[in-house]
Ligand binder design. Sequence first.
Ligand code: AMP
Length: 105
Amino acid sequence: MVDCIFCKIINGEFGTKFVYEDENVVVFNDINPKADTHLLVVPKKHVTDLNECSEELIAKLMSIVKKVTVQEGIKSYRTVINTGKEAGQEVFHLHIHILSGNIKL
Ligand code: AMP
């Protein structure tokens, strides 16, 4: 989607390093980390938020949370999904935060 920062990241416009990538999902470091490790799990397809997300996609995203935490050796972590402006969502492209170590969120 035009003017979506995460779509631009997914399209490689900023040269963002992906911690994980497959045909449907990317994972990258949050630019303003709220923990020692702060990753964002993001579908490549532009989906605004959890309200717009299919059961199949959220299941896929959660499976990637598990895969990436194993890959990165993260055993204790918090997952956060902000849905809607009033709940604190700032980027309107669905994402799951993974936070671990000295969590400030
Ligand atoms: P939320 O408040 O749930 O929408 O979270 C959006 C997150 O995206 C925030 O934690 C931001 O720090 C993060 N963010 C915004 N722009 C970028 C970017 N260019 N690269 C990585 N993370 C970003």
